[in-house]
Design a protein around this ligand. Structure first.
Ligand SMILES: Cc1cc2nc3c(=O)[nH]c(=O)nc-3n(C[C@H](O)[C@H](O)[C@H](O)COP(=O)(O)O)c2cc1C
Length: 338
């Protein structure tokens, strides 16, 4: 019997396959189907800093309308009571999902600035979220702000959030840092219980006829798993916190690869959007089959079995691979095109 259990953010999960934040985790029915198919945990869609700040402003405006009116006239302003904010909806989703399924429900916040909005993480954890995932999605477009200043602000945000909450905090990262190992080590010191590697950035396109900028959301492909897999292998030995792989996990074989590289869980969104929640059972069967064929009785045994050793020279290894690959490609190309 293969033992798929894993620990992530201090939580005991029955399986390392986790549904990452996305449209499928926005509905309780889909979450129930994911749970029936064997998912280890579910991350809900993000609550965005901008949405929260906008709504707080709107609520202040509506309440000030009330305050400016005569007491007898307040019944003419029913919108304040009826107003169901995005925060209410997120809390309701956490409550409904935790009522319906046994697997841990992780709530997600998306923002990068220190501010009042992060107090909403407490409401989500009070509603039953087993952990909070903080997505640090940002496009650094201001040339006057150097990377160090942006990273310091991110670390301060994590420190404040992790210090304030009783539930663990995971940080979802972009792959675009000059030194990812230093950033992950900094997050560990700031109190993060884990990192999610990585956020996937949606690249806008340009319509050459209308010159409009087109938002494009394209689902990932399995080839994309190589980026997080490489970095997880590099980072694993330098930190003790949990690591989740996100991007390009489409099958149980992809999950096996990232666990071998050192991930505690393999998260997936695109594959579930493409094939439906029941794809989790296929992924689980693929992972279990691979493990039995390769004589791994438990996920705990295979985690990190193939990674860069910290005592080696990972930078030298990466450059040697890079140079070797280019040289091989060039000589085989020249061999074919004399
Ligand atoms: C339509 C869509 C919506 C998403 N919404 C969120 C979100 O609200 N918060 C978040 O952190 N990630 C979000 N993601 C990113 C996924 O959680 C995941 O990190 C990304 O899709 C890469 O994983 P994949 O290759 O398995 O798709 C979304 C992805 C898609 C495709």
């Amino acid at each position: 019997m293969t033992d798929l259990r894993t620990r992530y953010l201090g939580l005991d999960l029955r399986s390392p396959i986790v549904a990452s934040s996305g449209p499928l985790t926005a509905s309780v029915d889909h979450i129930a189907r994911l749970a029936d198919a064997g998912i280890g945990a579910v991350v809900l869609p993000s609550l965005f800093e901008e949405q929260i700040e906008h709504e707080s402003g709107e609520m202040d405006r509506l309440y000030s309308l009330h305050n400016d009116s005569f007491v007898e006239a307040t019944s003419f302003f029913p919108e304040v009571d009826r107003y169901e904010s995005v925060i209410d909806r997120s809390i309701a989703l956490v409550e409904a999902a935790t009522d319906r399924v046994e697997v841990p429900i992780i709530a997600s916040l998306n923002g990068t600035h220190l501010g009042g909005w992060i107090r909403y993480a407490r409401l989500l954890s009070d509603a039953g979220a087993a952990a909070i995932e903080l997505n640090l999605y940002t496009i650094a477009a201001d040339p006057s702000r150097a990377s160090g200043a942006i990273e310091d602000e991110q670390l301060a945000l994590v420190e404040m959030l992790a210090g304030d909450l009783e539930v663990p905090v995971a940080v979802k990262l972009s792959p675009y840092y000059t030194s990812l190992p230093a950033v992950v080590a900094g997050l560990q010191s700031a109190g993060a219980a884990g990192v999610v590697m990585f956020n996937r950035f949606y690249q806008p396109d340009l319509d050459l006829e209308t010159l409009d900028i087109l938002p494009r959301i394209a689902l990932s492909t399995p080839e994309e798993v190589r980026l997080p897999m490489r970095w997880i292998g590099i980072v694993r030995d330098h930190v003790d916190i949990s690591i989740a792989c996100s991007t390009g996990v489409h099958s149980g074989f992809d999950a096996a690869k990232v666990i071998l590289a050192g991930a505690d869980v393999a998260m997936t969104t695109s594959a579930l959007l493409r094939h439906g929640p029941e794809h989790v059972s296929t992924m689980t069967a693929q992972l279990t089959d691979w493990m039995s064929e390769h004589e791994y009785a438990a996920v705990a045994e295979m985690r990190g079995a193939v990674r860069r050793s910290a005592s080696n020279d990972p930078e030298g290894y990466e450059r040697a691979n890079y140079i070797g690959n280019l040289a091989n490609y060039t000589s085989s190309f020249l061999g074919r095109h004399r």
